[in-house]
Design a protein around this ligand. Structure first.
Ligand code: CU
Length: 137
């Protein structure tokens, strides 16, 4: 699916795999959100850049911002489904010294929500999760 919202064209690529996995990949066109400025070079803007965004051309700032997307998924197709919500997280595991030249590795940990409160998500760009809806039946 593709749609235009504001200055962006979004694409939503839904993949329905044979193993039951549904995946969505969201992308935007490369249309920058910009604003005008009186600055014409990076040296003048230097300390103020964190507040406004990078100078991408003379008198043009690329506005730093986020895109938040919400999905409302009805997983009870063809009746009530016994689904579970799973948070999938990569967690650092340390190795004892001397066993390997590596000191750590990443391990996939899955947390099945037992309650609605367990399914609450606090988004963090620096600590990302994947989310699965699973049905063992
Ligand atoms: Cu944007």
């Amino acid at each position: 699916m593709a749609c235009s919202i504001g200055n962006y064209d979004y694409t939503f690529d839904w993949e329905f795999q044979m193993d039951g996995l549904n995946r969505v990949i969201v992308a935007t066109s490369w249309m920058l959100m910009v604003k005008g400025t009186s600055y014409t070079n990076v040296q003048d803007l230097r300390e103020k850049e964190a507040d406004s965004g990078p100078l991408i051309s003379e008198t043009v700032i690329g506005v730093v911002h986020d895109h938040f997307l919400s999905f409302h998924l009805d997983m009870d197709i063809d009746g009530l489904a016994n689904n579970s919500f799973v948070k999938v997280h990569l967690e650092k595991q340390s190795l004892p010294p001397g066993k390997s030249r590596r000191t750590s590795y990443l391990k996939v940990k899955k947390y099945v929500a037992k309650t609605e409160k367990d399914a609450h998500i606090k988004l963090s760009m620096y600590d990302p999760y994947k989310f699965h809806l699973v049905n063992p039946n």
